[in-house]
Design a binder for this molecule. Structure first.
Ligand code: PMP
Length: 426
């Protein structure tokens, strides 16, 4: 929105005054609305309550007693089901504990301490370790890098995935770039699914580091909001086809299929990578919670079971996502002060303000009782260079609270942006 004449100025003033009045009205209500983390709501959790009672036997198909130690890489029926979910073979998967983030952390820790399959030395023995971080991205990925002292390089996210030209150039020139974080389907927070071309170029690009790895966090691989959904090309196949079979580690979990914190996590990769990981894992643990793996297979049954279960999630979530985008549309369209994504799945909506406004919007919303994901957290080191990305997590609050929270955020965007426009056009 720009001011070209007195009429425009008056129109902006009127919108601003109205927004300020509504803001004060909401502020006086002492609200407490939390949209900070992508957690499933109670109704979603209840979809999986059968998990609490569905286990009638403790034995796997091959007779393993799941009450006891053992089976470090998971039970056969869980491997069968989740290898289908990720499009890999049963020899290319480890079924782990309750958290894929934990498996990612461990994969980095192993690479730092011992190196990766085919690598000549541990990553930590290099003078520096760097990771490419398509951003906005998942704050907990960045936190792992920070903890291990891995230098993060921000890569811009485009409509079809990360800026592949920038990636190709960087990895070709710098031996210290050892990895890249990717949330390739319904990315956190943009909701973008990587195009086939991006998948193939990531799989086939020339890297100066021979021990380079793609951390493919496919957390939202079956999390569609409707039948009109995105599709993701199989990266392990693409890596094999381009002669780089060991380049990718794939991660996922049932955290947002069943119970976060009490689900089943998995890592998939080439057999070489999996065998090396298993060797280390068998020192780390005598085995995962096999009973939890078994009850997940009993409950979810097969891929058709997972798909029909995810449709029930979508029935709860679609109205929430629609409520957010409808309100943003109603409040902000035509003003040229913000834009947002309309994802076909996943857990988030990315909202972009004018440059330099997001932090202030986050603070104003907080003063009115709305907690958002910390603005900036979606970028390495917590700094959004343009200060414009806001991550909206619509899944947890009830619809009426969600609507109120989004209305407040939209009002804050109007106040912050229009004040700025006026001050820049005295
Ligand atoms: N990856 C992404 C992209 C996520 O958004 C989340 C949850 N917010 C996780 C991983 C965490 O997964 P888990 O519960 O399996 O550790």
């Amino acid at each position: 929105m720009s001011i070209s004449n007195n009429k425009d100025y008056k129109a902006i003033q009127a919108i601003l005054e109205d927004a300020k009045k509504r803001y004060e009205m909401f502020k006086s209500q002492n609200l407490n609305l939390d949209m900070s983390r992508g957690k499933p709501c109670k109704e979603q959790l209840s979809l999986s309550d059968e998990l609490l009672s569905c286990l009638e036997s403790y034995k796997t198909k091959d007779g393993t007693d799941c009450r006891n130690y053992g089976g470090v890489d998971g039970i056969p029926e869980a491997k069968e089901l989740f290898s289908q979910m990720l499009g890999v073979s049963k020899n290319e998967i480890i079924i782990g504990g309750n958290s894929s983030l934990n498996m990612m952390y461990d994969a980095i820790a192993r690479a730092m301490s011992f190196g990766v399959y085919g690598g000549k030395k541990p990553w930590s023995k290099h003078e520096k370790v760097k990771f490419l971080c398509p951003s906005p991205g998942y704050d907990r990925h960045f936190a792992i890098c920070e903890l291990f002292g891995i230098e993060m390089i921000t890569i811009e996210m485009k409509k079809d995935g990360p800026d592949i030209e920038a990636i190709e150039k960087l990895v070709a020139e710098d031996e210290n770039i050892k990895g890249i974080w990717c949330v390739p389907m319904y990315s956190n927070p943009d909701g973008i699914t990587y195009s086939d071309e991006i998948v193939v170029r990531l799989a086939s690009m020339k890297t100066k580091a021979e021990d380079f790895r793609i951390f493919w966090d496919n957390a939202y691989c079956v999390h569609h909001l409707s039948d009109d959904h995105d599709n993701l090309k199989n990266i392990l196949e693409a890596c094999k086809a381009s002669g780089n079979p060991d380049r990718v580690y794939i991660f996922s979990s049932t955290s947002k299929i069943t119970f976060p914190g009490a689900g089943v996590a998995m890592m998939a990769a080439s057999e070489n990578n999996i065998n090396l990981a298993k060797k280390h894992l068998s020192i780390q643990t005598i085995g995962p919670d096999k009973l939890n793996q078994l009850r997940h297979v009993v409950f979810l049954k097969n891929m058709a079971g997972i798909e029909s279960h995810m449709k029930k999630h979508a029935e709860i979530l679609k109205p929430k996502f629609d409520a957010v985008t409808d309100i943003l549309e109603k409040e902000l369209s035509g003003l040229d002060i913000a834009y947002w994504n309309k994802p076909k799945g996943g857990y988030f909506i990315s909202l972009y303000t004018l440059p330099g406004c997001a932090r202030e919007v986050g603070e104003m919303a907080f003063q009115a009782g709305v907690t958002l994901t910390k603005v900036g957290a979606t970028y390495p080191y917590g700094v959004d260079p343009d200060d414009r990305n806001i991550r909206i997590a619509p899944t947890f609050p009830p619809v009426d609270e969600l609507k109120k929270a989004i209305e407040i955020v939209a009002i804050c965007i109007k106040i912050v942006s229009l004040n700025r426009i006026i001050s820049q056009n005295p």
